[in-house]
Design a protein around this ligand. Structure first.
Ligand SMILES: C[S@@+](CC[C@H](N)C(=O)[O-])C[C@H]1O[C@@H](n2cnc3c(N)ncnc32)[C@H](O)[C@@H]1O
Length: 322
């Protein structure tokens, strides 16, 4: 049995869905058996099979089949890697859609496995069992879409209404369409359960502040997965966005920030160096729910994908707006 399956029972037992409209919990914090079909959940837990990580990689591979077999795949990937070394993020993410397909085929596998593990933590999993609007910033490459969709199969379907709004600067619409249809098909997710919307646009655009504020206000969960550092290249605009988060998030909404635990996450302010999470930890309206400065995600040894699947070392913060 894989780690994801082994931990599942305890995770589900720890779910506590406290909203009055979602009476899925008993007094001792367990899922109320009356409120969901136990047999249906048992079957649902089989969807990812005995090796959920391999199942997720298979879906990514299926979505990226055409890209992985392109003649220019290797050359394009090399140029993306070279841009990373130069920290030329704009060069990578505002490139033409064909290059973005290569980025996704190479980088989504490791990220999606890591995010799947993150989203299967009880504090996040409970949000996936009910009506939840997720605003995922910088999520164009598709890692969040695939991992949210996979994690959705780990909870009862009855009240699941996930609206995923993804915003990114790049031309990711095609990439996301293929990931969405592969995930939907493989993991049996209906439009009613899982609706996806892509918005192409700069989250720091000063002319779109009101729209951003409205999306923040509408969201139950806002995610920044390996995005904050890039945004802080423009410090003043990024600080203003953080201010907008604090002002506009509704009470009880969650903010998830995951970022490299290494030096890529260092921010220089004057002569001093800070990590992005130090700034967020200092905000009194944000209560920390999950906090870890360095975690490793290591994928199981027995998974297969046409390219190396990367392990990841990251910091994580889940905050609740109070
Ligand atoms: C390192 S990638 C991470 C992608 C994805 N979240 C993942 O974990 O696989 C950073 C993403 O942030 C996006 N991004 C960078 N600056 C942005 C901005 N100002 N507004 C919206 N998206 C941005 C990039 O286009 C890119 O897709």
């Amino acid at each position: 049995m894989s780690a994801s399956n082994k931990d599942l029972t305890s995770k589900i037992n720890n779910l506590s869905i406290t909203s009055d409209s979602d009476k899925l919990v008993t007094k001792d914090g367990r899922l109320s058996q009356k409120s969901y079909d136990k047999e249906a959940l048992k079957q649902r837990l089989q969807i990812l099979g005995r090796n959920p990580e391999q199942n997720i990689l298979n879906v990514i591979r299926q979505a990226c089949t055409d890209t992985l077999s392109r003649d220019d795949f290797g050359k394009t990937l090399q140029s993306i890697k070279a841009n990373f070394v130069q920290r030329d993020y704009e060069g990578i993410f505002t490139a033409e859609a064909r290059n973005l397909q290569v980025y996704s085929a190479a980088y989504v596998p490791g990220r999606a496995l890591c995010y799947f593990e993150i989203f299967c933590q009880s504090q996040l999993l409970k949000l996936l069992a009910r009506r939840t609007c997720i605003y995922a910033i910088g999520s164009g490459s598709g890692s969040e879409l695939v991992s949210f969709a996979a994690a959705m199969t780990r909870v009862p379907a009855e009240r699941q209404r996930i609206k995923l709004i993804m915003q990114d600067i790049g031309e990711w619409a095609k990439v996301l369409e293929t990931f969405e249809s592969a995930s939907r098909q493989s993991w049996k997710l209906t439009e009613e359960q899982f609706s996806c919307q892509y918005l192409q646009g700069d989250i720091l655009d000063p002319t779109k502040r009101d729209e951003r504020a409205q999306r923040i206000a509408d969201a139950d969960l806002i995610t920044f997965m390996f995005v904050m550092n890039e945004l802080f290249v423009k410090k003043a605009a990024a600080m203003e966005m953080v201010q907008s988060l604090v002002t506009n998030m509704k009470k009880g909404a969650h903010l998830l920030v995951v970022e490299s635990a290494g030096s890529f996450s260092h921010l220089k302010v004057g002569n001093k160096t800070y990590m992005v999470h130090m700034l967020l930890d200092a905000i009194k309206d944000l209560q920390s729910v999950i906090s870890d400065d360095a975690r490793w995600y290591r994928h199981p040894d027995n998974v297969r994908y046409p390219l190396d699947v990367q392990n990841m070392r990251y910091f994580i913060r889940l905050y609740k707006k109070i």
